[in-house]
Design a protein around this ligand. Structure first.
Ligand code: ADP
Length: 459
């Protein structure tokens, strides 16, 4: 790079770290370049080590924080100008000065007293002419660039993602890990039931196996119905730590309470089969009349995978089932039976503001329930525009970012049966042929900003 000279101070950018403008000092006394970072945290595995760190690029405005992460290429003992020796992480990343871009190694240090956020060492300057008596020989940049960063298109960087699950080996978990790693991220599997909380602390923490969990970039909650209460508490705590959670605790709660979910959907004018709820045995007759008489579908509110869903063919059968449910103090809803659906419903998989896959599930012989767990079969289906809109809206009004919305086709239009906050992806990936796990990872990437600008940041 002859004819390219730099002075003793220069503006530069580190595009892959999301740092569009830094003022650096050249330091030919040092071999490797260094950046002043905070919250330096290693993650990943021995085979694929990463490091995450924060940078305050603007020296007199620490409100602007940029979170960076990069693969670790090594660790190095560095003796700084004040004689202190420190073991530092080394990363490799492209640097741009003026019109030139090349790869350099940078060590991370959190010495408070570094006047420049970055020092350019000999190895970065190898082929350049350094003119120590001059400064800013290359075009100057401005810290204003940080004000122009929007969170719409975050820098692609390795993310530290946790999956909260009790089933580390199931299909969905394995696919999330696979897609995350393919996209350069690191995933940790956390057993929801083994998390415990420090709520009192001003610095909210989730503990696990005797230690506080690190701040993740994102958490994927996979909370089974039997663990709703505990799982919500854990997710809520991650939210308090500022972690992006794919589905908030409150949205998981809203969808798990089937009755409340029906009420919210109805309030937002989302079409549903006629549904009724009662408590007293005195009202059984009126309840059955409300939903159009027999046959009637009766659903235990705790039901999942179709297990508490009964079709009462006659009024007598309906009364008997209701009386049994009431005898057990179990809450249930009564619903008009959609005969014309002929044992089929449609699972719409919503990720963000889009339906990313859909399948039609059809019940096995002599069942009206299409759940795959209950022996149903699945095939690809084309949704109507209206069905897409209903699915997206149902997820949105419950506050869910990722949702499985079940729709049933009736003579009076498509209607929502239920909304699931931890939908599995095996059935839908196989039936629709779509890469659902990748869509979810992409949604996470789009939602974890690297630049925190307090005046504009939502959290
Ligand atoms: P779960 O949450 O236990 O899966 P659902 O409400 O989704 O309960 O019902 C299970 C299955 O029963 C549905 O997938 C659908 O095939 C069938 N089903 C549910 N409600 C009705 C209804 N009102 N009319 C016809 N079939 C229904």
């Amino acid at each position: 790079m002859e004819n390219f000279s730099v002075g003793w101070e220069e503006w530069l950018s580190l595009p892959e770290l999301g740092l569009p403008a830094l003022k650096a000092k050249t330091d030919t006394g040092a071999r490797t370049s260094a950046i002043h970072a905070f919250a330096i945290q290693p993650f990943g595995s021995d085979k694929k080590p990463y490091v995450r760190f924060g940078v305050h690029p603007v020296p007199d405005n620490t409100d602007i924080e940029v979170y960076c992460s990069a693969p670790v290429v090594g660790q190095r003992e560095v003796t700084s100008s004040n004689g202190q020796t420190e073991l530092r992480y080394v990363i490799k990343t492209p640097i741009t000065i003026g019109e030139r871009t090349w790869d350099i190694e940078i060590t991370l240090t959190n010495r408070e007293n570094m006047a420049y956020r970055m020092l350019l060492g000999r190895s970065a300057l190898d082929e350049l002419a350094v003119k120590p008596a001059e400064s800013f020989l290359q075009p100057e940049l401005s810290y204003d660039l940080y004000n122009k960063i929007t969170n719409k298109k975050p820098v692609k960087r390795p993310l530290r993602i946790a999956i909260l699950t009790r089933e580390p080996r199931n299909y969905s978990t394995k696919r999330f890990v696979e897609e995350a790693e393919l996209n350069g991220h690191a995933v940790e599997l956390i057993d929801t039931k083994r998390c415990y909380l420090n709520i009192q602390s001003y610095n909210p923490e989730v503990h696990y196996d005797g230690r506080a969990l690190p701040p993740y970039d994102a958490v994927i909650p996979r909370i089974g119905a039997s663990l709703t209460f505990y799982g919500m508490a854990i997710v809520r705590q991650f939210e308090a730590m500022g972690t992006f959670c794919l589905n908030s605790a409150s949205s998981i709660g809203a969808s798990r309470d089937k009755l409340a979910a029906h009420q919210i959907l109805a309030r937002h004018r989302i079409p549903m089969p006629t549904t009724a709820f009662a408590n007293s045995p005195k009202d059984t007759n009126s309840l059955l009349d409300l939903v159009g008489g027999s046959p009637t579908v009766l659903k235990l509110l705790q039901s999942t995978q179709g297990r508490g869903v009964v079709l009462a063919e006659t009024k007598k059968a309906g009364e008997a089932v209701i009386s049994a449910f009431q005898g057990l103090d179990a809450h249930f809803i009564a619903q008009e039976f959609v005969k014309e659906a002929a044992g089929s419903d449609i699972r719409c998989f919503v990720v963000g503001k889009r339906v990313v896959g859909a399948m039609m599930r059809t019940a096995g012989d002599d069942d009206f329930r299409s759940n795959l767990h209950a022996g149903g079969t699945a095939k690809k289906v084309r949704l109507t525009k209206e069905e897409r809109n209903i699915a997206i809206k149902a997820a949105r009004v419950l506050g869910l970012i990722v949702a499985g919305v079940d729709i049933i086709r009736t003579d009076t239009g498509s209607k929502v049966l239920e909304v699931n906050s931890s939908p599995g992806i095996e059935g839908i990936e196989k039936a629709s042929g779509k890469n659902i796990a990748e869509k979810i990872i992409q949604l996470i990437e789009a939602n974890v900003p690297s630049t925190i600008h307090p005046k504009r940041h939502r959290r």
